[in-house]
Design a protein around this ligand. Structure first.
Ligand code: GUN
Length: 284
């Protein structure tokens, strides 16, 4: 058996095409396009790459993009003032502060300063709380992208056993909440889990979000399972690796995402979808 590859590049491209059409229809109706503000503090090379990608995406779908790049020694108060001004800007639907931030800045204070209706990352405690309470609003982008990949399999996942490996605030935890909301029985494995293999072997859906290449062995995968690899690690030669040993997992899984070209493009497109949602729901 060889798994069907879930192609995040193709799925995200077709979602972007749909967004571009909707933006064109707004403009035909004389309305403004969605507006996104991105704040990148300092010169972190990985963050610059992410932001460049987001800039390209916005250009492709016709969003207005305001990009800010304050110096890495900006004070927390100055950053809070920038966010407050963007909260008050009626042409801006989404505010994204690229993480990580310099050490002297309190991440949570920054996330909490973004108005929840403009929190297109879905990181604000209000939006996380809505997901906990089964009334999601703006949803964390990576888990939202994963759910769209799973929908593409066409499988009814209610009642399935799902195992999420990795419980970070922005990825693993909300991922477990999304799967719970979809009716799965969810196990969340983390660094204190005594037998991760057992939980993976039991799972109809495996989602790994750790960032340790080769952590999940192909032999652990239940035949026919959906395998979603969020992990992405660059080796010394610049090659990207997921958490799952793909070559063996692909022989057992029913569906599997590649790295790269699986979850990454879906995270980006989910942020565009959130921005459009924020415009329609809160700012039109
Ligand atoms: N840094 C890496 N990924 C992300 C993301 O999705 N959102 C933000 N704000 N920062 C990031």
């Amino acid at each position: 058996m060889t798994a069907t590859i879930i192609n995040g590049n193709a799925i995200s491209a077709s979602i972007r095409e749909g967004i571009r059409d909707k933006v064109a229809r707004l403009e035909q109706a004389g309305k403004r396009p969605p507006g996104l503000a991105i704040i990148l503090v300092g010169e972190d090379p990985a963050s610059q790459v992410y932001v460049r990608g987001k800039r390209r995406d916005c250009a492709e779908v016709g969003f207005k993009l305001d990009a800010y790049n304050p110096e890495s020694d900006i004070s927390q108060d100055q950053l809070l003032k920038m966010i407050s001004d963007l909260n008050d800007d009626s042409t801006i639907d989404g505010i994204l502060v690229q993480l990580p931030l310099p050490k002297h800045i309190d991440n949570l204070a920054i996330i909490e300063a973004i108005h929840p209706n403009k929190d297109v990352d879905g990181f604000h405690p209000y939006n996380v709380g809505r997901l906990v309470l089964r009334h999601p609003g703006l949803r964390p982008c990576t888990p939202m992208g994963v759910m769209q990949l799973i929908e593409h399999t066409g499988l009814a996942i209610r009642g399935m056993d799902a195992t999420v490996i990795g419980v970070s605030n922005h990825v693993g935890r909300p991922m477990a909440l999304e799967l719970l909301l979809a009716g799965c029985t969810v196990a969340a494995a983390h660094k204190f889990t005594s037998n991760t293999q057992k939980h993976v072997e039991n799972a109809d859906i495996v989602v790994s979000a750790v960032g340790i290449p080769g952590l999940i062995k192909g032999e652990w995968i239940k035949p026919g399972a959906i395998v979603i690899d969020i992990g992405i690690t660059r080796d010394e030669k610049g090659k990207l690796h997921g958490d799952v040993i793909f070559d063996t997992a692909v022989k057992r899984a029913g569906w599997i995402t590649p790295v790269p070209g699986g979850v990454g493009p879906m995270t980006r497109v989910s942020m565009l979808q959130n921005t459009f949602y924020a415009l329609e729901k809160f700012h039109s």
